[in-house]
Design a binder for this molecule. Structure first.
Ligand code: PGA
Length: 253
């Protein structure tokens, strides 16, 4: 059996900075749709922090989990506007995305910042979804695999285990663009990530989920998810509507 195939997949939705109270309708619809779907994956939605508690409320009794999109490295303190992993946990989050390329670019987050945030998630007892991925220039310059290696080395904190860490491979050029790598390119990147995780995390690396993210839609989910070492998806735009998100979840029926 190929390494990683016994891993239970995770399909995670990242709403980004979208959604006010009316949007809670979508996870409510999704929970209803899920009643008739026998999927083999875990499901997570990451709304803006302002909606975590409300979304958690409408998902009561469903197996869909709720997560945050970022956290501060500290547990509390003089950090106006920031939210700690402990606060996310307190509001009902089980996961937090860290190191998304939009944070790395817009907020100048380095690998060291990302590792500190992932460590904070572990300290708080929630799962860190650590995002990595190359830019278009890096891909064109044939640097994809070396960029992934250095991001893994720098962004995965000591003590990371399969139970508290998920890695999301998101080529920056595929995010929100409608462009996706070929299945062979996805397999190459994910297999490289698996090898690097084995080096960084030992046995735990072989059990850690590696999600693919970047323009995942119902129409390409089955194909992308079939690539070697892909253990689920991190979905942006197509996670905003329950009707689209369920189409991706169904890739795991
Ligand atoms: P997208 O975003 O699915 O809209 O491309 C993915 C992400 O940023 O996680």
């Amino acid at each position: 059996m190929t390494e990683g195939t016994t891993i239970k997949p995770l399909v995670a939705g990242n709403w980004k900075m979208n959604g006010t109270t009316a949007m809670v309708r979508e996870p409510r619809l999704l929970a209803g749709m899920m009643r008739d779907v026998k999927t083999k994956c875990d499901i997570l939605v990451c709304p803006p922090a302002t909606l975590i508690r409300r979304v958690k409320g409408v998902l009561k009794g469903s197996r869909i989990r709720v997560g945050g999109q970022d956290c501060h490295a500290a547990a509390s303190g003089a950090h106006t506007g920031d939210i700690s992993a402990e606060m996310l946990k307190d509001s009902g989050a089980t996961h937090v995305i860290v190191g998304h390329s939009e944070r790395r670019t817009n907020h100048k987050e380095t690998d060291a910042t990302v590792a500190a945030k992932a460590k904070a998630a572990h300290r708080a007892g929630i799962i860190a979804i650590i995002c990595i991925g190359e830019t278009l220039d890096e891909r064109k310059g044939d640097k994809t695999l070396s960029v992934l290696t250095s991001q893994i080395k720098g962004s995965i904190p000591e003590g990371a285990m399969a139970s508290n860490t998920v890695v999301a491979y998101e080529p920056v050029w595929a995010i929100g663009t409608g462009l996706t790598p070929t299945t062979a390119e996805v397999a190459e990147a994910h297999t490289h990530i698996r090898t690097e995780l084995n080096k960084a995390m030992g046995e735990e690396g072989g059990k850690t989920r590696i999600l693919y993210g970047g323009s995942v839609k119902p129409s390409n989910a089955t194909e992308l998810m079939s690539a070697a070492n892909v253990n689920g998806a991190l979905v942006g735009g197509a996670s905003l509507k329950a009707a689209d998100f369920i189409g991706i979840i169904k890739a795991y029926m």
